[in-house]
Design a protein. Structure first.
Length: 171
């Protein structure tokens, strides 16, 4: 009887400790991620309309974070210079700036935001201002569509945990 109680007590103590050690390499935001299939960012960007309205999961380094409210992150792609924005509801999920450079697995609905011509010109002007380029609004003659993930959750992996997670995605 005593051995049985001792075994149960040890299990109750060891199990939570083991679970916390297993999760120590990651931080979950929002609902986390539940999809098992990861879509490469380059695949999303190559044919963005094919994924509109679908739940997608992406993985890559955090290459940008909203400095004001932490309401979005940009995740770098498997191809240089490409990234995708993960936008979350303000105040529901807040991404801290410290995650820059960390590996992020994010999930949400792939969304197309079709801009009218006036908004397209304003957007292009703001982008030019950020990079210090000159901008002529009359050079913009077509509306544009901005694609992003409307995020429901994310997991940020600590640097030591990232290779193991990438390996588990392959296997």
């Amino acid at each position: 009887m005593r051995k049985g109680l001792l075994s149960i007590a040890l299990c109750l103590f060891i199990l939570p400790v083991a679970m916390s050690l297993a999760a120590a390499g990651e931080t979950t935001y929002g609902e986390g991620v539940s999809s098992r299939e990861t879509v490469a960012v380059s695949t999303l960007l190559a044919d963005p309309d094919a994924y509109v309205g679908k739940v997608v999961r992406v993985q890559g380094p955090a290459v940008g974070v909203c400095e004001h409210r932490g309401c979005w992150i940009n995740i770098g792609a498997d191809k240089d210079g490409e990234s995708v924005r993960v936008k979350v509801q303000d105040g529901v999920i807040v991404f801290p700036p410290e995650i820059l450079g960390e590996t992020v697995i994010a999930e949400g609905v792939w969304t197309a935001n079709k801009l009218d011509l006036e908004t397209t010109k304003a957007y292009c002007g703001a982008q030019a201002e950020k990079t210090g380029d000159k901008f002529n609004p009359e050079s913009v003659t077509e509306c544009m569509t901005l694609y992003q993930i409307t995020g429901t959750g994310a997991v940020v992996l600590e640097r030591a945990a990232a290779p193991a997670a990438e390996q588990s995605l392959k296997g």
